[in-house]
Design a protein around this ligand. Structure first.
Ligand SMILES: Nc1ncnc2c1ncn2[C@@H]1O[C@H](COP(=O)(O)OP(=O)(O)O)[C@@H](O)[C@H]1O
Ligand SMILES: [Mg+2]
Length: 360
């Protein structure tokens, strides 16, 4: 009897535990060294450029593709063990939302949403009650009896979302669910998905190539580059401390400049025309790249760095300056409250605490 009760003091198993997952198609390795742990209730975004392996990793988690090596557990249950063991999708009990909705045209909205409960052999009455509740959560109660073909793209994606959460699965997987929708709809739905996951306490892996979507939805963001997780952190931490120049570049954090670190003089480049003496990080001497985050610069009447105004873009409540750093290929954007003449040269003040040095 006692064995049936969950021990309230026993920590719940991780929603997802992936260890050293790798995947090759023939001779081409598309995933390597993937370690990814999700606490119960945590939402992690996989953010990376097209082709970096996001969908491949998600399909391995879903059971739609086998891994070449590595292990995976979902809610404490082993689902992948090397290339030898790959539990089928239906026993993993996860919810999924894809880019192309994948809802059934011959079933009504209500039947679509109730489908995962039918698979779990819940009684008819429970299925209907829970499916109606899920539809209410995504704001579609009034469309329960309609067929998907009569709905807009945004509405169809809400049906897919309701279906993915109806069984309150241990893990929900999203693969670029909003990329077929127009921008306004995308921003609104991203916010809604984020709050829905939090209200229900669901764990999710959310794949996207869109930084603002990832930051809106996820607690932590895994930046994927070339088949590897380059860094996994909160959005704030990714910006404050990018692990590599590549991560900083992908996130478009700021300008990158090549030069040298010298302990006496700080960072110098371009035959000493640019000199940043007060480096906060104690980087080793020698060739280095420095990252000047957008947040580290401010136009002023005099400053350490000169920049040329390449574009001055009116944005309703402010102007966005696109700046080229004099003598460097690098460019930066920065907001101001007044227009600045094109091609003029303006001084920038640099907050050296925010500079990051990457030794080469
Ligand atoms: N079935 C497959 N056979 C061969 N190569 C594949 C297959 N699926 C994906 N790839 C390759 O794996 C890489 C990662 O693809 P994918 O996971 O779809 O990337 P993403 O979702 O990040 O855009 C790509 O180079 C893609 O061409
Ligand atoms: Mg993809």
């Amino acid at each position: 009897m006692g064995a049936m009760l969950e021990n309230p003091h026993k920590p719940r198993a991780l929603a997802l535990m992936a260890t050293q997952i790798a995947k090759s198609f023939g001779d081409t390795q598309v995933l390597r060294n993937i370690d990814l742990n999700l606490a119960p209730g945590e939402v992690v975004a996989l953010l990376g450029p097209s082709g970096c392996g996001k969908t491949t990793l998600l399909r391995i988690a879903a059971g739609l593709l086998s891994a070449s090596s590595g292990k995976m557990e979902i809610a404490g249950k082993r689902v992948v063990d090397g290339s030898a063991f790959n539990a089928p999708p239906e026993v993993r009990g996860i919810g999924m939302v894809f880019q192309d909705y994948a809802i059934w045209p011959h079933l009504s909205v209500l039947e679509n949403v109730a489908f995962p409960l039918r698979m779990r052999k819940l009684p008819h009455h429970d299925r209907e009650t829970r499916a109606r509740r899920a539809l209410e959560r995504v704001g579609l109660s009034h469309l329960a009896d309609r067929f998907p073909g009569t709905l807009s793209g945004g509405q169809q994606q809400r049906v897919a979302l309701a279906r993915a959460i109806v069984a309150e699965p241990p893990l929900v997987l999203f693969d670029e669910p909003l990329s077929n929708l127009d921008r306004e709809l995308r921003e609104g739905l991203a916010l809604e998905i984020g709050s829905l996951l939090r209200e229900l306490g669901l764990s999710a892996v959310y794949v996207t190539h869109d930084q603002s979507e990832a930051f809106t939805i996820a607690d932590r963001v895994a930046v994927m580059l070339g088949g590897e997780i380059a860094q996994i952190d909160t959005p704030e931490q990714l910006f404050a401390a990018p692990a590599s120049v590549e991560v900083a570049q992908f996130l478009n954090i700021g300008a990158r400049i090549e030069g040298r670190v010298c302990h006496l003089r700080g960072f110098t480049c371009n035959r000493d025309r640019l000199n940043l003496p007060n480096l906060a990080n104690s980087a080793p001497e020698g060739p280095a790249r420095i990252l000047i985050p957008r947040t580290a610069i401010r136009p002023a009447t005099e400053g350490a760095l000169m920049a040329q105004v390449l574009r001055c873009q009116f944005q309703g409540d402010r102007y966005l300056l696109h700046l080229g750093l004099d003598g460097e290929g690098a460019s930066l954007v920065c907001p101001t409250d007044h227009a600045v003449a094109l091609n003029s040269h303006i001084p920038l003040v640099i907050d050296s605490d925010r500079l990051r040095v990457f030794p080469q």
